[in-house]
Design a protein around this ligand. Sequence first.
Ligand code: ACO
Ligand SMILES: O=CC(=O)O
Ligand code: MG
Length: 530
Amino acid sequence: MSTRALTHHVRVLAPLGNRHDEILTPAALDFVGHLVAAFGKRRQDLMRERRRQALRLASGSPLDFPMVTSAVRADPTWRVAPPAPGLTDRRVEITGPPERRTTVSALNSGARVWMADFEDATAPTWENVISGQLNLLDAIERRIDFSSEDGKEYRLGGQLATIVVRPRGWHLDEEHLEYDGRPVPAALVDFGLYFFHCAQRQIDAGHGPYFYLPKLENRYEARLWNDIFVTAQELLGIPQGTIRATVLIETITAAFEMEEILHELREHSAGLNAGRWDYLFSLIKTFGHRTDFLLPDRAQVTMTAPFMRAYTELLVRTCHQRGAHAIGGMAAHVPSKDQAANEAALAKVRLDKEREAEDGFDGSWVAHPGLVPVCRAVFDGVLGDRPHQIDRTRDDVEVTAADLLSVRRVSGPPTAEGVRTNIAVALRYFAAWLRGQGAVALHGLMEDAATAEIARVQIWQWLRHRVIDRETVLRLLDEETEALGAEYPWAPVEEVRALFRRTAMSGELPLFFTPDAYSRHLVRHAEPAS
Ligand SMILES: CC(=O)SCCNC(=O)CCNC(=O)[C@H](O)C(C)(C)COP(=O)(O)OP(=O)(O)OC[C@H]1O[C@@H](n2cnc3c(N)ncnc32)[C@H](O)[C@@H]1OP(=O)(O)O
Ligand SMILES: O=CC(=O)O
Ligand SMILES: [Mg+2]
């Protein structure tokens, strides 16, 4: 690593916890500061462009594949970088927050990849953010073994999953760190700290610094990440092209720029993933004002809906034509201790993975170690000894803009149960999130920031189109708030209820619930020295 003068001062505004100083070293903070100085302004400009694009679409501008990049799409010659060590065979990827216990369990789970998540599955308390980095460092150094208070031993085994880190999205700030008088973009904190501490260590261990990139909306955001990668590699003397990044296609606008996103990142690309839950959220958020985008209960909008199939088939085709992996999305069912419920959950997950493997995906996501064998068996059945099926180019797939937007065929009003479930799920998830837990199992389903977003924007959409009335929602909100308090006596019910009212019942739809909830409830600045 090069020795550089420390010139980019990042202020730490939070109290330091146990071992935080191992992550927040002056050199690591300087590295993050360097990235902010170089790219912070561009990130702000891109956030403004997101708002402009949202307004254009809301006022009726058509969404289509961009004309200006037709040459990129028409050029058959370019390919992404070849798969990097540890990322050739990705038939099963487990996801989860980088907590100490789940870090060990995920790495030992038998999955090929572990997506260590600072985004949908993590409530970004200061402690979660920094201890997550420590856990990753300790895992790579193989010093993470521990015994839990309940007497269980956690020990790393011989065959570990490859680590791929998902930093927070561009819309979030890290308010415990300040550069030049402003909060630091959270994405640069999660990426920068991990890259600084672990890039060389991962290379020495035979892998590399690998990332999942969430919630991108267009090719310019992919270009920003690519430029950050080039600068980060240069600053630390790591060969260009070492980083690999898989982009989640989980916004409706990004679905129209899949080729462009791969092209921008081609020296660093490891493919695309179908982030189906945020995709649905994005669709409702973007077109929620239109009656032809009125969606019924979440449970009725499955991956077999024509517009969802158009999205996943286009993703596979795009990736394979460019030599990239196509990774499937999350089936939300999680194992249960009840045998019948468990069998039903496993059967649903199996069906979902079978469809993905038959469509050409090279692997897929699971949310729980108990689902690894199901996903592996399905992909083993299709792949056999081959590490992937990138050679299946899916030339048969033709997807038009209308196919991606053909929501009308599944549109319809919600059921009474669907309305109540969305309120109940949003309240329970918000309560867990405010307590620092970013993923929970509720009614047999994995719920995280993406699925909670769907729950609250559906309520907003149904109110907006008057398919439910405000009085009914307020009555259900009262009932479900009371039930929440009875079930979770620790829950700050009034804060949770207010958060729901601001994010699901206001006239103007907030773009995400997380920035509001973070600033009001998760930020804890250190007492100023007297
Ligand atoms: C839309 C998207 O972005 S999807 C990706 C983001 N979301 C996620 O990553 C969610 C990941 N999944 C999870 O966090 C968890 O599975 C939950 C919260 C849904 C359920 O967790 P639990 O309530 O602990 O489930 P359960 O009690 O069945 O867990 C059994 C064991 O498996 C472990 N486990 C469960 N899920 C995971 C996981 N994803 N990774 C590692 N270990 C896990 C638990 O820690 C527990 O271990 P223990 O016996 O040592 O205590
Ligand atoms: O991040 C994944 C999703 O489905 O959202
Ligand atoms: Mg997501």
